[in-house]
Design a binder for this molecule. Structure first.
Ligand code: SD4
Length: 336
């Protein structure tokens, strides 16, 4: 049977039952609606951070329909954001560090807990694809910097200039003040994390970013770190982060969200609890002024949610039922 036909057949059979226990949480109307919807969820389901997640979801969905593996679909999907110069915090066109260098972080994880990651890599447009090669072709989980670049070149990737004129101009403007104060919620311009529940009910995830703009040269954020920017346990669910990477690393964010789901919490409850933990731990921290962290999560049943410290975070969801669309995420802090 062709991949496409297999997909259609399985999709037709793939209605998922949801335990009523998942309906007992405290949630906003929007999130309650999502939970109710989950009763009808057919696989696959793809969720991705931010509005540029729509185009990424579209591509990943197409790939899955053509019989691609979840990992290949993720690489192709988030690769759309990496290749888009208008997405200024991922891949080509990403904002550089304070030395004017675009340095990239990415990771990918499959249903068997195999992982691949690259950090602080320069000159490679699709770091997520290199992360996949690390997973498949090396005995390691992460390659960094020059070593990651050499590995990418040995795998046939081309070195190219990723600093676009627009991003160079933005950097030159930033140099005038040289103040490091990450801007909260640069809508449409943020890390892309994608989580896939495939037609067989298996989970996979990927995350790719140029990291915080104007970071110190050599800085690595949460995005390539398994357990921080991305984590999944195929028995339970998957989670991924966006926002201030330092705060996510300090709290092992995505791993904690998944662990709470293992303990029976819904994706919404789990994301909310970890966001609240991050908020509480940073209340008196110097980073609080610009602290924004958002998580997305999905469980094995196809329930999904997003939750962030401050309002403004959203995510793209693609399922069989309603197609590809944006969902707002709830937030800990009120709008000001
Ligand atoms: C980082 N988490 O490098 C990434 C960047 C990001 O919103 O997601 N910004 O810290």
């Amino acid at each position: 049977m062709s991949g496409r036909r297999k997909f259609i057949k399985k999709a037709a059979l793939g209605t998922v039952g949801i335990s009523t226990a998942f309906n007992t949480i405290t949630a906003t109307e929007n999130q309650k609606a999502l939970i109710t919807d989950a009763k009808k969820v057919k696989k696959p389901v793809i969720i991705s951070t931010w509005r540029h997640g729509l185009a990424a979801n579209e591509e990943a969905w197409k790939q899955l329909k053509n019989g691609a593996t979840a990992l290949d679909a993720i690489v192709a999907g988030v690769g759309v954001s990496e290749g888009d110069p208008e997405v200024r915090s991922v891949g080509y066109g990403g904002l550089p560090d304070r030395e004017g260098k675009v340095t990239l972080d990415a990771c990918i994880m499959d249903k068997n807990s195999n992982c691949g990651a690259v950090s602080f890599v320069q000159g490679i447009k699709h770091p997520i694809a290199v992360a996949q090669k690390v997973l498949e072709n090396t005995p390691h989980v992460m390659l960094s910097g020059e070593g990651a670049l050499q590995f990418a070149l040995s795998e046939g990737f081309k070195k190219e200039n990723l600093l676009t004129d627009k991003s160079k101009l933005a950097w030159e403007k930033w140099l005038e003040s040289s103040k490091y104060k990450p801007v909260i919620n640069i809508e449409n311009h943020d890390t892309i994390s994608m989580l896939v529940l495939d037609e067989d009910g298996n989970l996979a995830g990927g995350c790719t970013t140029s990291g915080a703009a104007w970071k110190m040269h050599g800085r690595v954020g949460d995005s390539p770190i398994i357990g921080a920017g991305l984590f999944l346990d195929n028995e339970v669910g998957a989670a991924a982060a966006t926002g201030l990477g330092e705060a996510v690393v300090r709290t092992a964010g995505s791993a904690m969200v998944v662990e709470l789901m293992r303990q029976g919490k819904s994706p919404y409850q789990a994301c909310k609890e970890i966001v609240e933990r991050i908020y509480n731990k940073h209340k008196n921290h110097k980073d609080m002024e610009y602290l924004q962290v958002g998580f997305i999560a999905i469980n094995k049943k196809g329930e999904h949610a997003g939750y962030s410290v401050r309002p403004g975070f959203n995510y793209a969801i693609h399922d069989e039922e309603k197609g590809n669309r944006m969902e707002p995420a709830d937030a800990k802090m009120a709008k000001n």
